[in-house]
Design a protein around this ligand. Structure first.
Ligand SMILES: *Cc1c(COP(=O)(O)O)cnc(C)c1O
Length: 362
């Protein structure tokens, strides 16, 4: 089921549009002024998110970036100059516009993400500061699950438990960037609490694979969420009749979690089909969730933007790097779409071979 306009958009799962059921729920939503806590639909969504993650409270925020920012602000509050341990391939470190430095006043202590998305315990321990008067104080460790840049991998539960144990030994907090928490949940076949029990705060997005038009949730204990609510107002994220969008989020949680397994199956099918094509390397041939990372062989004289341009004519939308792509499956990409994409990739790459042949002959 491609989009109504026939396009197969593999740039991200953020391109998903609200389902008819979401549209209906949005139109019918009971609303109030959420800054006064008067919006019953937002209140229901927050209660539901708290319950799913096993936390006492939750806060509806406009974006995942704001959810992470508020968590960082609360965990570091009153301690400017502290250090936050982050993965060197994490969204907080790479893709949140330096908010940790600019808006929180903390500095990042980056530790390499391992292939499974985790941070090696020894590496975290080595970067935690001692009491020397010259040193910043370490305050918080951030994990990301699923880990996007490592291939949409599910960070193993044992790694999360070990990180928690280390944090406890040093008196540190742990925050989870769970933008795609439910992809991890479905891949693991475990409840969300299997992951969230190891962290003090967790952010997850409704607006990605879960298909809602807008919104993310920050979950934690009551005190943390009360503080986050103040910071949300500070950064301009206090919304009024937000029940209109929260209603779609409730539909996401009711109807869009289990079906993520289809996206994972489609990603596996896509990876397997593309792995056979000459000139293309599938970097994660056995995707754990909904992402397939591809690299083009640079010697074949075709770049990512050229491949993207060629496939546009076949209704396929890609976000190219110089010599590669991240393809993301979601509810608007069917198994038939995946087969079409594999066929068209094959045709474009075969075309390159022919052109190269002619170049050599000439
Ligand atoms: C998308 C994403 C975010 C931020 O979400 P936005 O809603 O786009 O701000 C945070 N972390 C990860 C890993 C993401 O993929």
């Amino acid at each position: 089921m491609a989009f109504e306009n026939g396009l197969i958009d593999l740039r991200s799962d953020t391109v998903t549009v609200p389902t008819p059921e979401m549209r209906h729920a949005m139109a019918a939503a009971e609303v109030g002024d959420d800054v006064y806590r008067d919006d019953p639909t937002v209140n229901r969504l927050e209660a539901r998110a708290a319950e799913l993650t096993g936390k006492a409270a939750a806060l509806f925020v406009p974006s995942g970036t704001m959810g992470n920012l508020l968590a960082l602000m609360v965990h570091c509050a009153g301690h400017r100059g502290v250090e936050v341990v982050v993965g060197d391939k994490s969204h907080i470190y790479l893709n949140e516009v330096g908010g940790l430095a600019a808006l929180v006043g903390a500095q990042a202590a980056a530790v390499p993400n391992q292939a499974d998305g985790s941070l090696a315990i020894a590496a975290i321990e080595a970067i935690i500061r001692d009491a020397d008067v010259h040193h910043p104080r370490t305050r918080l460790i951030c994990l990301e699950n699923t880990q996007n840049i490592c291939g949409g991998v599910v960070v193993p539960l044992e790694a999360m438990a070990a990180t928690r144990a280390l944090a406890d030994r040093y008196g540190l907090k742990v925050h989870l960037d769970g933008a795609r928490l439910f992809n991890a949940v479905v891949a693991l076949g475990q409840p969300a609490t299997a992951l969230t029990q190891h962290v003090d705060s967790v952010m997850f997005c409704l607006s990605k694979g879960l298909g809602a038009p807008v919104g993310s949730m920050l979950c934690g204990d009551a005190e943390l969420i009360d503080e986050a609510r103040r910071y949300r107002k500070m950064v301009g994220g206090g919304m009024r009749q937000a029940g209109v969008i929260a209603a779609a989020g409730l539909v996401s949680l009711d109807t869009m979690i289990e079906r993520l397994e289809d996206d994972h199956a489609n990603a596996r099918r896509l990876a397997a089909g593309l792995a056979d094509l000459p000139g293309l390397v599938v970097e994660n041939p056995a995707p754990e969730t909904n992402m397939v990372y591809l690299a083009l062989d640079p010697s074949r004289r075709i770049t990512g933007p050229q491949v993207a341009e060629a496939l546009k004519g076949d209704g396929i939308v890609l976000d190219p790097g110089p010599y590669g792509f991240r393809l993301v499956t979601h509810a608007w990409v069917s198994q038939e779409d995946v087969d079409w994409v594999i066929d068209k990739f094959a045709a474009v790459l075969a075309g390159v071979r022919r052109r190269k042949g002619r170049v050599c002959e000439g």
